[in-house]
Design a protein around this ligand. Structure first.
Ligand code: FES
Length: 118
């Protein structure tokens, strides 16, 4: 089955090294980050307490975004916590992105049902 991408915004609407939240297809809350000429998309819901805040997180030089509430970090490409962070094993869901003619597209995934994150 071919991948389906949804346009979320223009690249020029994203501030460098900052996140912005979008509703993908009206049901999936995502956080999109522009880091120079690349764009990353992760789920916007922090797995720690299910707050929709990841778009407000700061990104470090290693591409880890910190949740603004308690500071847990997740990698923008893998969604994983840092290797030395052994408090949680959960991760953020990540989404493929692409930029075409100045527009940012994010992969639409089939909805997964989660019982627990921890
Ligand atoms: S709510 Fe995100 S780290 Fe606690």
């Amino acid at each position: 089955m071919p991948e389906e991408f949804i346009k979320v915004c223009k690249l020029s609407e994203l501030e460098n090294k900052r996140g912005k939240s979008f509703s993908l297809d009206g049901e999936t809350d995502i956080a999109v980050f522009r880091i120079n000429d690349k764009v990353y998309a992760v789920e916007n819901t922090c797995p720690h307490n299910h707050s929709h805040v990841m778009h407000e997180g700061m990104v470090d030089k290693n591409l880890y975004v910190s949740c603004p509430i308690h500071g847990y970090q997740f990698h923008l490409e893998t969604g994983k916590v840092p290797p030395d962070f052994n408090i949680v094993s959960s991760k953020l869901d990540t989404f493929k992105t692409k930029i075409e003619d100045g527009d940012v597209f994010v992969e639409k995934k089939k909805k997964k049902f989660k019982f627990f994150d921890w």
